[in-house]
Design a binder for this molecule. Structure first.
Ligand code: DGJ
Length: 551
């Protein structure tokens, strides 16, 4: 009898234990399940959420022909050196479906597993029907069958190297491949969520012609502009020429290409709904007419059309290679809109673009930035192909990313509040003065006179944390605080100047600045993040008051 009782008790506890384990593992599984990446618009402020948390995308894009399994092992160390958190890499239609209907995702898997292993997130760039205003990455079976997959015709009726955006066959073929790719991503990644975004197509539009002049396209072109467009744009209906005048050909191309891309994106999202965006080859300053830049892409004059025809894109993203900071800022201004957060998935490299990243984050609330061609030695035979270190062109950005990583939460928190600013050194711009609520802040560059080899390197983000507290993060700049003019105070005293970083939202102090450090108050070439607390001192110091204003 005793043994029976003991056995029953043992059985009972094993049952209870296993039940508990099952319940626990279920909860753990639920807890562990990572949410898919998403873009949230909270009171007009856009944020990328990754693994359920705000994420500042500090990216790097591969050179066009580098996303191959055999090449990637040499690239991971360089990405680590760059301190980036996201890799942007192409998936080539001609690779995944080299034979019609047969799919091979070996290279995509290397990207996903490799990124995951290296602690990176991944943005997939779909090189499908459109790549830089042409059809460079389409499979041979698409290129060789012009009957079924027609090209756009130019005004002389000659086919160009661009697929027609109105061909149902092409849309279906591209969509089919894209959806297969999204299914594969869902299959291999929905537990880990390494893939956070997809860019369906790359710099779409048509080079060599301002629009498609095929018979089918002409028929549409000489008809009326579709209602959704005229209504959406608040224009009276009419033909393309009547409604859009000199921009008619471009607007026509934009509408049909945007619809093409929207259709494949919608189908892809049905399978796996990661955020999708499209990037632009800009028209500004170098190109005279559509066709010299991809006509019908999301260029600044076509943004409104794209917004109507491609609502699946969370943003029209800016590829930006303009070396001149005025051009850079002008373009950022055009692409940062209430309906379009600024995202720079491609930018140039070197110290200029390292400085411009500060404008993007500080003045234009960019949600992501990424230099292009992180592994350029693969294409340039003069370079040592065995080299696995980051090219020196990217070193200033590696320093930036290290610093942005320390304050990314704060950057995102301050963006859109008016309390984040950028101070950037430019030729002929040696100072920048800010007026905050209680203080004026002057940033001076080129001090002390270091040997910077003629380079201008000063770049700072300034965040007002409270009326008397500031975050200053940057390189090569001197800072000077004064109480706001006419505020009745004559001096700004440092209560505390802490150098450090944020980790999981908590500030961590590495050292306090005082003595010579504060006397000079210069951010060093390797950069520093400071949290500064000030106090205003009242005095009757008349020198602070301009004589003309004395009562
Ligand atoms: C912009 C394109 O989107 C990239 O794929 C690449 O071709 C660069 N231009 C090259 O500068």
């Amino acid at each position: 009898m005793r043994t029976l009782i003991i056995n029953t008790l043992i059985l009972l506890s094993v049952f209870i234990l296993s039940e508990n384990c099952f319940a626990n593992s279920q909860t753990q599984k639920q807890e562990k399940e990572k949410p898919i990446a998403e873009i949230r618009n909270e009171n007009g402020k856009f944020t990328i959420y990754v693994d359920g948390k705000p994420f500042l995308l500090l990216g790097a894009q591969l050179w066009n022909s580098s996303a191959w399994a055999e090449y990637l092992p040499k690239i991971w160390p360089q990405l680590k050196e760059l301190n980036c958190n996201t890799l942007e890499a192409p998936v080539y239609w001609q690779d995944i479906e080299s034979e019609e209907g047969k799919f091979n995702f070996e290279n995509l898997d290397s990207l996903i597993y490799g990124a995951r292993k290296n602690g990176l997130k991944l943005t997939v760039l779909w090189f499908g029907s459109y790549k830089n205003g042409s059809m460079e990455y389409t499979p041979a079976w698409i290129r060789e069958n012009q009957e079924q997959y027609p090209r756009m015709l130019n005004a002389a009726g000659e086919p160009v190297y661009v697929l027609s955006a109105i061909s149902r066959n092409t849309i279906e073929a591209d969509k089919n491949a894209f959806v297969e790719m999204m299914k594969h991503i869902r299959e291999v990644d929905s537990a880990e969520r390494t893939v956070i975004m997809v860019q369906p197509e790359n710099e779409p539009g048509s080079l060599q012609t301002d629009r498609d002049y095929s018979e089918a396209a002409n028929k549409l072109y000489f008809g009326n502009v579709p209602d959704e467009l005229t209504k959406g744009l608040n224009k009276t209906s009419g033909t393309w020429d009547e409604v859009f005048g000199i921009e008619a050909a471009e607007a026509f191309n934009a509408y049909y290409i945007a619809r093409f891309i929207n259709e494949i994106a919608a189908a892809g999202k049905e399978v796996y709904p990661v955020p999708m965006y499209i990037n632009v080859w800009t028209k500004e300053n170098y190109f005279w007419r559509p066709g010299e830049y991809p006509s019908g892409g999301p260029t600044s004059n076509m943004i409104d059309i794209w917004k109507i025809a491609a609502p699946e894109m969370f943003t029209l993203a800016l590829d930006i290679y303009h070396q001149n900071y005025i051009d850079f800022k002008e373009l950022c201004k055009k692409y940062k809109r209430a309906d379009n957060p600024l995202f720079l998935p491609e930018m140039g490299n070197g110290i200029n673009f390292a400085r411009y990243q500060f404008y993007a984050l500080g003045d234009f609330d960019a949600i992501g930035i990424a230099p292009y061609g992180i592994d350029p030695f693969y294409i340039d035979p003069r370079e040592n192909r065995t080299k696995q270190v980051l090219d020196s062109k990217f070193h200033p950005m590696a320093e930036n990313y290290k610093m942005f990583g320390k304050i990314s939460g704060k950057i995102m928190e301050l963006q859109g509040t008016g309390n984040l600013k950028a101070a950037v050194e430019e030729h002929g711009l040696g100072e920048k003065l800010f007026h905050f609520d209680n203080y004026d802040l002057l940033l001076q560059f080129g001090f002390p006179n270091r040997d910077k080899k003629g380079q201008i390197t000063g770049r700072v983000l300034i965040g007002q944390l409270s009326n008397d507290e500031f975050l200053i993060a940057g390189f090569d700049a001197k800072f000077v605080f004064r109480p706001k003019y006419k505020s009745g105070f004559s001096k700004a005293e440092y209560v505390l100047a802490e150098e450090g970083y944020y980790k999981n939202g908590e500030w961590h102090t590495q050292r306090l600045w005082n003595g010579d450090a504060l006397y000079h108050s210069v951010l060093p070439p390797e950069g520093a993040v400071l949290r500064i607390k000030l106090k205003r001192i009242a005095s009757s110091d008349k020198l602070q008051v301009a004589p003309n204003f004395e009562k």
